[in-house]
Design a protein around this ligand. Structure first.
Ligand code: PRT
Ligand code: ZN
Length: 297
């Protein structure tokens, strides 16, 4: 019975570096194979297989990898495709990872005749996501022709290949550069940790639970700050109320100071300059904000 796990991540591209960084931030050290496509986990029984992102849901569906990191957009497209083909979907989202954020939108030439989704009835839309687009059009009662393009979707309208497009957008600058305006958002997406629903050994399930705990610990540490400050004793409640995401702070006496205490707290949400200004106004002094490296429990 196997006691190791395999995770598929993107080999090159927008999610590649952050996927690997996340696993390394979980304390896992890897030894790379010569071709760099297989990375062996040296201090945690997790091996990395590096693939094109489009293949990641498929290897989980086939049970070849127990885990995968891929954009929700790609996972959704493969899910719709499998459903359409009458095949079973054998992977599910375990945890959204907060990077690779984008949206899958429908866009048409700026200032043109297509300003609403309904105006695309009977028209042609180019996309690399034909299954998501077809399902979206069906849900919205729009009948349009879907043309699948593997890349450079944004140039389809100017080439006369399509009237509109459905493509990923993050900053929106590609749309602006091609004089396209967004009509509708079909899907919001970020990278996710997925698991295959294939049968796993008890050891593999335990490893997945341990990995997930580390990932969640890393994510909350990233979002958290450790705040130290001096607070007048009669202002402790007011000052605690300003600190974002704090339940109970730790209070410590200050030497030779009867009026004030040292207050330490882990803020589970972002601490911004605005918060520091409010704290100062409420009577806090000597305010220090420190990053949190690791967090568990
Ligand atoms: O080779 P492989 O198949 O593995 O990679 P790929 O070329 O298919 O994908 P890649 O590396 O470009 O993107 C991987 C994943 O990153 C996507 O599936 C999304 O989940 C996520 N992601 C996040 C994005 C974007 N943001 C994004 N902006 N993927 C693509 N884009 C493209 C978009 O297609 C368009 O051409 O960037 C352009 C738009 O960007 P803006 O900033 O101008 O709006
Ligand atoms: Zn791809």
């Amino acid at each position: 019975m196997t006691k190791r796990l395999k995770i598929a991540i993107q080999s090159k591209g927008r999610l590649a570096e952050e996927s690997l960084d996340l696993l390394q931030a979980c304390g896992i050290k890897f030894r790379r194979s010569k071709d760099k496509l297989f990375w062996y986990g040296e201090n945690f029984p997790l091996d990395v297989i590096r693939l094109r992102d489009d293949d990641i849901p498929q290897v989980m569906n086939a049970g070849v990898c127990e885990l995968g990191i891929v954009g929700e957009n790609v996972a959704a497209e493969v899910r719709y495709e499998l459903e359409k083909l009458g095949k079973s979907v054998e992977f599910e989202l375990l945890e959204a990872l907060g990077f690779g954020r984008c949206r899958l939108s429908i866009a048409a030439p700026e200032g043109g005749v297509f300003e609403t989704l309904a105006s695309l009835n009977g028209k042609t839309i180019a996309t690399s996501y034909p299954y998501i687009l077809s399902a979206f059009l069906k849900d919205n009662d729009v009948q349009a022709n879907v043309v699948e393009l593997k890349g450079s979707v944004e140039i389809a309208p100017s080439l006369g290949v399509a009237d509109a497009i459905a493509d990923l957008v993050s900053t929106g600058s590609t749309l602006v550069a091609h004089r396209l305006a967004e009509l509708d958002v079909m899907l919001q997406s970020e990278a996710g940790l997925y698991q295959s629903m294939c049968e796993k050994t008890v050891e593999q399930q335990e490893l997945i639970d341990r990995l997930l705990l580390r990932i969640r610990g890393y994510q909350s540490a990233q979002a958290s700050k450790y705040v130290m400050l001096h607070a007048p004793k009669n202002k402790i409640d007011a000052i605690t109320a300003i600190l974002p995401g704090v339940e109970t702070p730790t209070l410590m006496n200050l030497e030779h100071d009867e009026e004030r205490v040292a207050l330490h707290a882990v803020c589970k949400e972002g601490v911004f300059w605005g918060h520091l200004e409010e704290l100062k106004e409420a009577g806090a002094s000597a305010i220090l904000v420190l990053p949190v490296e690791k967090m568990l429990g």
